[in-house]
Design a protein around this ligand. Structure first.
Ligand code: MTE
Ligand code: CO
Length: 427
């Protein structure tokens, strides 16, 4: 008998023994045990579920897999009153239900200005024009034949993430306060490779990137950034981009605000100055208290959030608990995350999981004992440039309260004695 076979037969015997016990205790233990937390299930009784009695679905019952039906609550959600139409709207990543650092494709928040464009890849073209030696048009197959293909994990954060919290705590859940972020492994080629093919003229200082959706989303990107680390991508998490994320082609602008990551990318124009389009003038600028505006605020500064506990994921047990959260920085790599359980009076360093990579989400944990007392949970990210995530009041001192974008202030969750958790602010 192979080792694996032995293992299986042992498990099967144990299962049968457990089944005998369960049959005896059925009336008292199993189904009654589910009624409420007051009735603790007998730890010696293992419920034998139908999976052990009947054959399951055969292979290819679902040619493309989906999550267990018991995970139906793990979904993107929106805030009904936030936007006037479904087409120009946003939904949010359920951060409190996720672990590790990679966002599953079907749970990546979506932000569209004119709905999801449906694009046939065979008919799709990318044009490069403007200040180039050779204006060019590429098919998707042309792009996939370029040398230098890479796979890279990067976070994308909408500049408006936490925007509803500028004037005070508002939304109850990290899904809503921080869920305009996702972290995906992209497959594609450096933008530089394609620009080199077209030949940038020496006075080319900016690029205009344009989407093929009804919004024709356009943004100006400085040439240094474009040549440094921007990617043209067709893949996410090992498969084709999802339609919501820009299928068949998107630009990746690592560490910079999500609005610049144009989806359904159809054109790149080289120019000698920025285009001053809507998305970089009336939108995505930050109105200061004195009436002036911060403009071209591309970089997403270091930020973090405790995802568990949080309002949608309250504390359920006294004793040992694992606090968990995410940190990221558009300037580089997360170096340290501090966590406070008393509203910022005392801090301890969280355990960083694995080796953080630049411009990508970093997972942190604190293993702690909860005695049932009230907690004011906070996290503070520090990146490898030495930048420290500010408190909300520090941020407001510099930026006022007119802003929508670039709110990276420290989040506070109040954990009450019964474990329920609320979005609050401490001054
Ligand atoms: N690209 C196009 N073509 N159309 C859009 O509406 N929205 C932008 C950006 N790229 C947008 C776009 C905004 S504001 C953000 S935050 C990100 O895409 C969202 O990317 P996601 O939908 O993959 O989360
Ligand atoms: Co956005």
């Amino acid at each position: 008998m192979s080792d694996e076979g032995k293992l299986r037969s042992v498990n099967r015997r144990q299962l049968i023994r457990a089944a005998g016990l369960a049959a005896g205790g059925l009336a008292l233990g199993t189904s009654a045990g589910r009624a409420g937390p007051a009735q603790k299930p007998d730890p010696l009784i293992t419920e034998v579920q139908d999976a052990a009695r009947y054959l399951g679905d055969g292979v290819a019952a679902k040619p493309y897999g989906s999550p267990s039906k018991f995970e139906k609550h793990v979904i993107r959600r929106d805030v009904e009153w936030l936007t006037a139409s479904r087409e120009s709207s946003v939904n949010f990543t359920p951060l409190h239900e996720l672990d590790g650092t990679i966002t599953p494709s079907g749970l990546c928040f979506e932000r569209h200005h004119s709905g999801v464009a449906e694009i046939e890849p065979d008919k799709h073209r990318l044009m490069i024009n403007g200040l180039v030696d050779k204006p060019m048009v590429f098919t998707m197959s042309d792009l996939k034949r370029f040398p230098g293909r890479v796979n890279r994990a990067y976070f994308l954060e909408c500049a408006a993430n936490s925007g509803m919290e500028w004037r005070g705590a508002q939304l109850n859940g990290c899904q809503f306060t921080h869920g305009m972020v996702h972290n995906v492994v992209y497959t594609g080629i450096p933008l530089k490779t394609v620009l080199d093919e077209a030949g940038l003229k020496t006075n080319a200082k900016w690029l205009l990137v344009e989407g093929a959706d009804a919004a024709a989303m356009t943004r100006s990107i400085p040439i240094e950034k474009a040549l440094n680390d921007c990617l043209l991508v067709w893949g996410m998490n090992g498969e084709a981009l999802r339609p919501e994320q820009g299928y068949p082609l998107r630009i990746v602008v690592p560490g910079w605000e999500g609005n610049m990551w144009v989806k359904w990318l159809r054109r790149i124009e080289a120019g000698d100055q920025p285009w001053q389009h809507r998305e970089e003038t009336s939108k995505y600028t930050d109105l200061l208290a004195d009436g002036r505006s911060r403009r071209f605020t591309f970089i997403m500064d270091a930020k973090s959030v405790v995802t568990n506990p949080s309002p949608q994921a309250p504390l359920r047990f006294k004793g040992p608990n694992t606090l968990s959260g995410l940190a990221w920085s558009g300037r580089g790599t997360i170096k340290r995350v501090d966590v406070s359980l008393d509203g910022g009076r005392n801090w301890r360093s969280a355990r960083i999981d694995g080796t953080p990579t630049p411009l990508s989400l970093t997972r942190f944990y604190v293993d702690f004992d909860w005695g049932g007392q009230e907690l004011l949970v906070q996290s503070r990210a520090i990146d490898d440039t030495g930048y420290v995530q500010p408190t909300k009041s520090e941020l407001r001192q510099v930026r006022g309260t007119n802003s929508i974008y670039h709110n990276n202030g420290i989040q506070t969750w109040l954990v009450k004695a019964n474990g329920e958790t609320e979005n609050v602010e401490v001054s």
